[in-house]
Design a protein around this ligand. Sequence first.
Ligand code: MG
Length: 317
Amino acid sequence: MQNRRKFIKNVSAVSLGGMLAGRSELANAASTSIFSVNAPKKIGLQIYSLGKELYKDLPGGLKRISQMGYSTLELAGYKDGKINNLEMSEFHKMAEDAGLKIISSHLNPPVREYTASNKGLIADFWKKAADDHANIGVTYIVQPGQPLTRSIEEVSLVCEVFNEAGRIAKATGLIFGYHNHEMEFARVIPGGKEMFFGRRAFGGNQPEGTEVIYDKFLRQTDPELVIFELDVYWAVMGQNDPVEYMKKYPNRIRLLHIKDKEVLGQSGMMNFEKIFEQLYRYNIQDYFVELEGISSGKQFEGVKGCVDYLLRASFVK
Ligand code: MG
């Protein structure tokens, strides 16, 4: 009897040969591996996008997400070892049953102000969080909330705490990341008491030692321990160009939040084509669509509108 595995392998080789011959132009045009030409698009979703709607019928909601065309998830709502009061293993099982892979999770330590005396408390939080998330096989644990950063000194302390979180994550086989909003693009001064936002801050004359918080996060955290999940919409709201940051820090920005004012592509504020161009150029493996509360109040519809936009877009591979 012919070895079944060998037989399948031979058939695959033939098909691949045909595919290579017939589609070489297409493959070249896509300037990517032939293997990805016909592969479905890998689109992730941050579950926060669905708000409370998701929990009305979680197994059903997850199936709807999968049917829309999403394939990966980033969690939100971690607390005391649970996701929105649900056992993580249970959530994980429901996601798997729906054909969705959980690869990331958003979570914040219990304090916003970091001090020398609460660093231990924060480290304990990350230790438990890392263990809980390793148990369900995620790759990334990401902090989405900005700690207090009112001075250069506070930013430095936050960087130390991020490095420690990164160390803890790494020891558990995970990767620690930080997700921005707009205020990380504010500036701080040595010994300062507040953040200065926008191009008119300081009346155009920056005091000596002024730094952009986000840049300092990028420069002062250890590249071996901390990655960045750039929320492209919040970067724009922070009066900055996300593409410029991706170009400047290609080894640090390793995840993206693909977000617009509401449904992707509708506001005209975001140049997603350029963003995706950089994503492929720097081989960023994962990104998550995010939608905040929308005016229609219909989150599932909005989330579907977002994935439809990406499925239609020729610049998304
Ligand atoms: Mg975001």
